[in-house]
Design a protein. Structure first.
Length: 293
């Protein structure tokens, strides 16, 4: 369950905690959040509900993107679009993880993603050198047992093929880690996946040094043993499905989720929720998929 829309002050969402409780009662065990969702309130709400459920749920959060208040407090530098709301140096990642631990009311976080690290490129073609301090710090946290593993969550960085920025290369990150650690903790990636961006998903934009060939993102992740979490099946609500059976199950949204499941059965779908009805729909669909229907 995604929590980007869980904002307690939103008049359309008067009881965000009730949605999380309903999700847990429906069998949902993976919660995806971020340090800047709802200016930090998503983590607070999630922490309030799950603080007594440490053995029952997995919490995934993200670091690297700041809230407006954090940006101002840190004296955020200006960018072309205003204040720069991201920072991926080791100190910033450390501060972000510590804030998340406090909001989530837990010392241990199951997975921490670097949040849209492509923002750091700004015209540079090489991302890995700029991320090494953050990667080294997350490896340190993993080795110390503060987090279970780490990964990268990116909206467009895995698919970018423009003239300015090359895609984030999983094989290059893996090779860097293997050169410094006998066992590393880079175990997951998260990216948008729906019918709306199938062309990007099919791109062979990932280079495999071992095979000396370009592969799709799913294939290179599978080869490296990296788990895929797919989100934004409807492009943040900009591409909702409109075909299907009206007023009956499966709904158009459910039909599209079944199609995505068919294309990537090994991926974990992270679907954002904004209502109790959404919980009911996804729970109905989950039960039918698990029953093999």
């Amino acid at each position: 369950m995604g929590t980007a829309e869980l904002r307690p002050t939103d008049p359309l969402l008067p009881d965000a905690e009730a949605i999380i409780v309903a999700a847990v009662n429906s069998g949902i065990r993976i919660f995806d959040t971020a340090s800047n969702y709802g200016d930090g309130t998503a983590e607070v709400v999630l922490g309030n509900v799950t603080k007594e459920l440490r053995d029952r749920v997995l919490i995934l959060t993200k670091a690297g993107q700041k809230t407006e208040q954090e940006t101002l407090e840190d004296g955020g530098s200006a960018s072309a679009n205003g204040l720069q709301h991201w920072s991926f140096d080791a100190h910033s990642i450390e501060a972000s993880v510590m804030r998340s631990q406090k909001r989530l009311q837990r010392d241990y976080i199951d997975c921490v993603f670097l949040h849209n690290p492509e923002d750091i490129l700004l015209g540079s073609k090489e991302l890995l050198p700029a991320l090494i301090p953050a990667i080294d710090y997350l490896e340190k946290l993993s080795s110390e047992g503060a987090i279970g593993c780490w990964g990268i969550s990116s909206w467009s960085g895995f698919f970018s093929k423009d003239q300015k920025n090359a895609p984030i290369q999983l094989d290059a990150i893996n090779n860097y880690l293997l050169g410094h650690e006998r066992k590393h903790h880079f175990m997951a990636i998260q990216f948008p996946f729906g019918v709306w961006n199938l062309d990007a998903i099919k791109q062979k934009s990932q280079y495999s040094k071992t095979n000396r060939s370009f592969e799709t993102l799913f294939r290179i992740a599978n080869n490296l043993g990296i788990s895929c979490l797919v989100n934004a099946p409807f492009n943040g609500g900009n591409n909702p499905p409109i075909s299907g059976l009206n007023g009956t199950y499966p709904t158009p949204a459910q039909q599209e989720l079944v199609y995505i499941h068919h294309l990537a059965p090994l991926a974990t779908r992270v679907i954002g929720m904004t209502s109790l009805r959404s919980i009911g729909e996804i729970n109905y669909l989950r039960e039918h998929i698990h029953n093999g229907r």
